[in-house]
Design a protein around this ligand. Sequence first.
Ligand code: FES
Length: 82
Amino acid sequence: MAGGTSLVLANVDGRICALLDQCSHEEYPLSDGELEGGDLVCAYHGARFDACTGARKALPAVLPVQSFPVEVRDGDVYVDIG
Ligand code: FES
């Protein structure tokens, strides 16, 4: 959680990325899914998103998921939720 916004963080080859923790298909939490390479795969119906940009990569989702800028400083993760 950050400022009341649920996030899902992913470590993609050492890069920390943050997406809204809500699938664009039926709004289930993406944090229940699995990271496959650079893709976050929704546990519920298999939609696939780029874990860093939130771009939709596979049906049944048709819309992207919001992504947020991330900065790591001294081991702490900062997410700009706007
Ligand atoms: S809720 Fe994520 S694919 Fe359906």
